[in-house]
Write a new protein. Structure first.
Length: 345
């Protein structure tokens, strides 16, 4: 039996019109008026395919063990895999063509010759953004590399057959707002103006969805301690991992950092101040602060380096369309900006 929704009134006679699920043209049973149903299509759901088998995920973990000196050097030899399974995590996703016009000033020249010139920058880019829709504290993956062109229709039965499936618990409206803020931040960074006056931005052909992304969760033991690595089930990249720290590396960083910090922050400033030149005191204080910073950083590396933690960077740069670069103008009408953006939509 075809399901239908009741409660919408006919615009002609006011009678209740049944709307079968998925039907866009309905007719009133009282006056026979045809109406076109408009509204939200609902949240689109997709899934990224699981392409990486278990053995490849384990090999990716083995390569990760030797990727950084901060990890124990005998990790490959002594690590023992205890568990390997697949999880499908939901991620809010937003796709849009972003059109923007940025007004501001750019600094040119140096010293006494420095001045600011007005600039206008047009940007048109296809942008994508995603963020975890559930609590990923156990897995450590807040974002995943986009796989837009390989997405498949959501099939819950297939996902449950291949692994554990998590459902979204966070707010989609908050995720959408965050995506818009990230798009604006990307435009500002691309404009790279020293002074920003105005920013006109619009998201065209915007699409929202929920993407279930596969992860291989690999748990291993090292000298009785448990650690975990998360491998992308689509690309085979390590997205998150924890490992025991390298004791010799920590000690070396502490000794060298303390020595160099002391030389930079104490020895060199003492020679500068010994010259009895009052104009260089601020330079000496800057070196002293830099030396203290290096010493503090080396201490933190030693203090908290007992466990190494890695997170994969998911930043994705998309080149602007041809002809959308920097253009110098003296003045421009805001209405022209709105008309230009409307043409792109």
């Amino acid at each position: 039996m075809e399901e239908s929704t009741h409660g919408l009134n006919c615009p002609n006679c006011g009678g209740v019109v049944p709307i079968p699920e998925g039907q866009v043209i309905v007719h009133c049973p009282y006056c026979d008026l045809r109406s076109f149903v408009r509204g939200e299509r609902g949240l689109l759901r997709y899934q990224a395919p699981l392409r990486i088998p278990r053995d490849e995920a384990i090999n990716a973990m083995r390569k990760f063990f030797g990727s950084n000196w901060a990890m124990a050097r005998n990790l490959r030899k002594e690590a023992r895999l205890s568990e390997a399974f697949v999880v499908h995590l939901p991620f809010w996703a937003v796709w849009a063509r972003v059109a923007a016009w940025v007004f501001g000033e750019e600094r040119v020249g140096r010293g006494d010759n420095a001045r600011y010139k007005p600039r206008e920058i047009r940007v048109v880019q296809d942008m994508t953004w995603n963020s975890a829709a559930c609590d990923v504290g156990e897995f450590g993956v807040n974002q995943v590399p986009p796989v837009d062109e390989h997405l498949e229709p959501f099939d819950p039965d297939e996902l449950h057959r291949s692994g554990m499936v998590f459902e979204p618990v966070s707010s989609f409206s908050e995720a959408r707002q965050t995506a818009q803020e990230q798009f604006q931040a990307h435009v500002r960074d691309k404009a790279d103006l020293d002074r920003l006056a105005q920013l006109f931005i619009r998201s065209l052909r915007q699409r929202f969805g929920l993407v279930y992304h596969p992860l291989w969760v690999l748990r291993y033991l090292y000298r009785g301690r448990a650690f975990q690595v998360a491998v992308d089930g689509f690309s085979g990249k390590v997205l998150y991992g924890k490992a025991p720290g390298n004791t010799l590396y920590r000690a070396g960083v502490l000794v060298l950092g303390m020595a160099f910090g002391a030389f930079l922050g104490i020895t060199i400033p003492s020679f500068i101040l010994g010259a009895d030149d009052g104009e260089v005191i601020f330079f000496a204080l800057g070196l002293f602060a830099a030396g203290l910073g290096i010493m503090y950083a080396s201490y933190r590396a030693f203090r908290y380096g007992e466990q190494y933690e890695y997170r994969h960077s998911t930043k994705k740069g998309i080149p602007a369309l041809p002809g959308m670069g920097k253009t110098l103008t003296s003045s421009i009408d805001v209405q022209d900006v709105e008309e230009w953006i409307d043409l792109l939509s």
